[in-house]
Design a protein around this ligand. Structure first.
Ligand code: NIG
Ligand code: FE
Length: 400
């Protein structure tokens, strides 16, 4: 193992207290071993004189961003639907006319593994170029056993190809595929009896998600799928109350889910139950960039009940073709009303919690995943809308 890496003279935002104005971070192997003022840095780091000392010259250093909700493995694109939406057609109407998720499912089934991997890795590299060191990737555009498992394997491979950490989520219950339209419960059987056991047996996913909504699965079907996942030892999350209020937040709480995501129509009771159960609320600002009238989550109720809030890109070909988590943070502030601090917690600590991890902070003992910015304070990264301020990232102690 190489010697220590020492970052000095940075402005360090640990996410656990005030900004350290002239700070240093010491990394040993793949972990952070010390953080504090540059002047107090232990002179004899464990590797003696062999440390690689990098002078940040006043740049901001933060935990690497964690994008806890993406759908970046898919075939084709939906540029045509984007134009239809600009002309006034709704997402729901496009979905009901056979477009939406179904059109991406058809393109994904047709695509080769190489095509899916190359395009997903490109998208992951973009997210990383904007400061992400960990991303979550969901399946959900296969909706048959073979293509769903293929998507999960490809999502895992993105980790190597794009060089960042990937949390893989099985979303076989993204919507009911056309061939099961008249008997959705038979598709739920397929997910529970065939897909989930294979996913668990082969260790293909780190968690399981389901889309609980009027255009996807009702509360009972979602519960059946997610209880089966839990029985197989997999943590669960829910696409909840995005298009309508159908009790997704309450369900996430009763299941002890890692997160409930979207929540634009979640009830106060549901959000309070989430807070009590420790379920993270993942906010999705991307759709507001396409449709200024898109419903917004009730952030003041979320604050009131004390539910932890995360922010994610939801990068996907339909509702959120967004590959910059800092831009999602900007929109979370400007459209949803988050403070700068809440947006940063939401893209680091709380996003890590949504993936079942205690990371997303700069502290001794945690993995050395950092982002270094051409900026001097956290608000600047949010203020420069859509800019590319990430100088470089550090992942597992490796400066990239
Ligand atoms: O997170 N909510 C469901 N799934 C995606 C949309 C996917 C698509 O339109 O392809 C979402 O918004
Ligand atoms: Fe999503």
């Amino acid at each position: 193992m190489s010697g220590d890496v020492v970052l000095t003279h940075g402005r360090v935002a640990t996410m656990q207290g005030a900004l350290i104005d002239d700070g240093a971070v010491v990394i040993t192997g793949d972990r952070i071993t010390w953080v504090g003022s540059s002047g107090d840095r232990p002179s004899a780091a464990s590797s003696g004189g062999s440390a690689n000392v990098i002078d940040l010259e006043g740049r901001l250093v933060t935990p690497g961003l964690v994008d806890c909700h993406t759908h970046i493995v898919f075939g084709g694109d939906r540029v045509d639907e984007f134009e239809r939406r600009l002309a006034g057609e709704s997402y729901d109407a496009i979905h009901r006319s056979g477009g939406g998720i179904a059109s991406t499912v058809a393109a994904t089934r047709r695509a080769t593994d190489d095509e899916l991997l190359a395009t997903a890795a490109d998208r992951a590299r973009q997210l990383k170029a904007h400061g992400a060191t960990t991303i979550e990737i969901k399946s959900g555009y296969g909706l048959d056993v073979e293509t769903e498992l293929r998507m999960l394997r490809i999502a895992r491979q993105v980790e190597q190809i794009a060089g960042l950490r990937v949390h893989v989520t099985f979303l076989g219950a993204h919507t009911v595929p056309a061939e099961f339209r008249d008997e959705p419960d038979r598709y739920v059987d397929l997910v529970c009896d065939d897909m989930l056991p294979a996913v668990a047996r082969e260790g293909l996913a780190d968690s399981v998600d389901a889309f609980c909504d009027t255009i996807a699965f009702d509360r009972g079907q979602t519960e059946r799928i997610l209880r089966r996942a839990k029985d197989l030892g997999l943590p669960v999350r829910v696409h909840a109350d995005q298009l309508s209020a159908i009790g997704g937040a309450e369900l996430a709480a009763s299941l002890g889910a890692l997160s409930a995501d979207h929540l634009e129509h979640a009830s106060r009771v549901g959000l309070r139950a989430m807070a009590d159960a420790g379920v993270v609320a993942v906010l999705i600002p991307g759709p507001s960039l396409i449709d200024a009238d898109a419903p917004r989550p009730n952030v003041s109720v979320m604050r009131d009940v004390g539910v932890r809030m995360a922010v994610a890109t939801d990068a996907n070909p339909g509702t959120s073709p967004l590959l910059s988590l800092p831009l999602a943070m900007t929109v979370a502030c400007t459209r949803f009303g988050l403070t700068v601090d809440e947006a940063w917690q939401g893209a680091t600590t709380n996003a890590a919690a949504a993936l079942g991890s205690a990371g997303g902070v700069i502290a001794p003992g945690v993995p050395a995943d950092l982002a270094i910015w051409n900026a001097t304070r956290p608000a600047e990264v949010i203020y420069w809308m859509g800019a590319d301020l990430c100088d470089r990232v550090v992942i597992g102690g490796v400066v990239q």
